[in-house]
Design a protein around this ligand. Sequence first.
Ligand SMILES: [Zn+2]
Ligand SMILES: [Zn+2]
Length: 348
Amino acid sequence: MKVSVLSALRTVTLQDRPMPEPGPGQVRVKVAAVGVCGSDVHYYVDGKIGSAVVQYPTVLGHEPAGIIDAVGEGVNTLAVGTRVAVEPASPCMHCEHCLAGRHNICPSVEFLGTPPFDGIFMEYRCMPAHCCIPLPEGMSLIEGALLEPMGVGLHAVTLAKIGFGETVAIFGAGPIGLSTMMAARLAGAKEIYMTDLIPERVAYAKDLGATDAVNAAETDVTDWIAQKTGGRGVDVTFEAAGQQQTVTQTCETVRIGGRAFIIGIPTVDEFTIPMHVCRRKELLLQQVRRANGEVFRCMEYVAQGRIPLKKLATHTFSLDQVPQAMELVHAHQDGVIRAMVLPHGDLD
Ligand SMILES: [Zn+2]
Ligand SMILES: [Zn+2]
């Protein structure tokens, strides 16, 4: 079977590996669709995210869906042929954070495509059976793969405890910013303002339900939000670009006593924050880390037609085109939102 192997910075080759056999409690997944995440691109271009440094050779990819292809000993919950979303995180389940229900911050988590664990840009991969969640009738495999990034947006909105009628600003209209916007809408946000530097993403934000969106290259974002809110600022801000400028805006545009959340993954190790702005407002400033079991809620929202998840997938690539997919996402070319790798072609 074919595997897309990263052997050095920006160096990916297709290699043959023996077909994996599922061990006890495992299933073998025929990988149907894998989203190309910004974090994959960080590892591909920079070889690291903070202290998480790639050990070559490795395999990236952590937003998968597929079809159960074989089941190991003791697995009686999944049958061959079942279409599943694959949860990329295997938390330890016994540390204080796992026991408190915060599996997404487990320090011992094994997460697909994050050093030192291989990801899933490959034709087949064995996974613990409990990571595979059957897709409801009518949900496509591409939608199944998009549940993972959507879960991050839903998790951010859950942490923010958005109340009915609140106002929101989101800086960055990539897949995570857009997911956060759609989740905020479902939570009852009244007005949602978004920004991006890419014209197609600004248009996408409006199309998917933002109240208004502007290009931050052409508009003073802090003034714009002040104008929109009569100088008050919004109740909740989300940073979803991983840039210094957007971190600053996240603090500047939220109201006094508001809540500000940083979701984006930066390439640098440190940012500054406008301390006196945050201090005078007595801001709640919180980080968001991945998702925490939101896949089930996401699935339900998509099944009910309340999230147009499919629209996030703008490009598809075959397994041998992983480098092209990475370069496209890195350069934000061609209006890309989520590029999808389909190791077996279109199985939907
Ligand atoms: Zn991701
Ligand atoms: Zn744990």
